[in-house]
Design a protein around this ligand. Structure first.
Ligand SMILES: [Zn+2]
Length: 108
């Protein structure tokens, strides 16, 4: 009667296939996660620019200059202050928001 179960060669083939799949999928997953974080940061930049535009258009802002206090835009012009998913900081220059992480910069 034949023994039930797997031979060592069969198990090694299965383990090799799993290792090959992991070697392909793990770097791909890391890449997709990083792309999503960059997209979120760029969306935050656009949101902050829109909030700053509302601030500049405010009649009480008689000079119609951009805000000097980004955090002050919340909660009047934006519900809450967004933050960079990778820990960068936002700065405002000439009505454009920049992230301190270079790879998060948008192309205009
Ligand atoms: Zn960022």
């Amino acid at each position: 009667m034949r023994n039930k179960g797997f031979t060592l060669v069969e198990l090694m083939v299965v383990v090799a296939i799993i290792i090959i799949l992991a070697a392909i999928l793990v770097p791909r997953y890391i890449d997709v996660t990083r792309t999503a974080k960059i997209a979120r940061c760029q969306a935050n930049q656009k949101t902050l620019e829109a909030a700053n535009s509302m601030y500049m258009a405010e009649p009480a802002n008689t000079t119609h200059s951009e805000t000097t206090n980004l955090a002050g835009l919340a909660p009047t012009y934006i519900a809450s202050m967004p933050s960079c998913p990778e820990g960068g900081t936002y700065t405002l220059t000439n009505a454009v928001i920049y992230c301190s992480i270079n790879s998060h910069q948008r192309t205009f």
